[in-house]
Design a binder for this molecule. Structure first.
Ligand code: ADP
Ligand code: MG
Length: 262
């Protein structure tokens, strides 16, 4: 079944039949039953032949076309491509923020397409940490609460959760900013808060969408170093960027153009 996110740019006339991308699927496919043995470690990811259509004036626009890729546990992968190539769409689908029109995503051998919206949200909260270009912090809410709130939503039970928030923010150099509001701190500091928020539920995978795109180059480098240090601690990192020199720090670069891997 096709699911299209609500967006003012979209028409609401959904097709009765699922849209099929006109083209042959790629031959490279695993049977889901094989996935258990292929991916035993947590933080691994397999994208199986996904395509994504947005409806524009009733016509499908294919933002992603037959993408297959695998990312191993603990890898730092950069997705590199020009603006409009489908990077954010791909990242959102990988992280369960959106669903593909076709194809499947497996995270730790779990097929995300089989999860209900509620289970998908729970999966996201537990396994994935998102970092965005524009930080997406809650305005008028303290640095501390921006990190503490997603923990509360997770309904996890952890000993002294407030201590955990403090430790995390301190480790990111924000000990003296706990009570500040996002608009009272610098861009680099805001992104570090966003990284703390992404880490609070101890996810195995961090998805970062142009995390340095709104920062000067020195501050951007600091953020990149933090992401690299998270890789050292065993996290799987997928970073979207349109800058080659940032992508060069990754273990592997995946190039995307016009919705296809190149
Ligand atoms: P990137 O992150 O590489 O800049 P995106 O994934 O944001 O690219 O977008 C890929 C293509 O899909 C672009 O042509 C964009 O205009 C289109 N697109 C993205 N989101 C929507 C949407 N909600 N409705 C219609 N088209 C969209
Ligand atoms: Mg983008």
């Amino acid at each position: 079944m096709i699911r299209i996110i609500k967006d003012p740019k979209l028409t609401t006339d959904l097709p009765a039949e699922p849209i099929k991308y006109p083209g042959k699927p790629l031959p490279h496919r695993f049977k889901p039953s094989q996935l258990d043995t292929i991916y035993q470690k947590s933080g691994s990811l397999y994208v199986q032949d996904i395509s994504k259509a947005y409806l524009m004036g009733g016509e499908p626009f294919w933002a992603l076309k037959h993408i297959s890729l695998e990312i191993k546990s603990g890898e730092f992968v950069a997705i590199l491509g020009p603006s409009g190539s489908g990077k954010s769409t791909l990242l959102h689908i990988i992280g369960g923020l959106d669903r593909p029109s076709e194809g499947s995503i497996f995270v730790d051998a779990e097929n995300l397409s089989k999860l209900s919206d509620k289970k998908l949200a729970a999966f996201r909260n537990k396994k994935i940490g998102f970092v965005f270009q524009f930080f997406n912090l809650i305005p008028k809410t303290s640095v501390f609460d921006n990190v503490y709130l997603p923990f509360l939503y997770s309904r996890e039970t952890v000993d002294k959760p407030k201590d955990k928030v403090n430790q995390l923010l301190t480790s990111l150099g924000l000990a003296n900013k706990l009570k500040s509001k996002p608009n009272e701190i610098s861009g680099g500091e805001q992104q570090r808060v966003a990284i703390a928020r992404a880490l609070i539920n101890n996810p195995t995978i961090i998805l970062a969408d142009e995390p340095t795109g709104n920062l000067d180059s020195k501050t951007g480098l600091d953020i990149l170093k933090i992401l690299l240090s998270l890789k050292e601690r065993g996290k799987t990192i997928i970073m979207v960027t349109h800058e080659q020199h940032l992508a060069n720090s990754a273990d592997r670069i995946i190039n995307i153009k016009d919705g296809s891997l190149v």
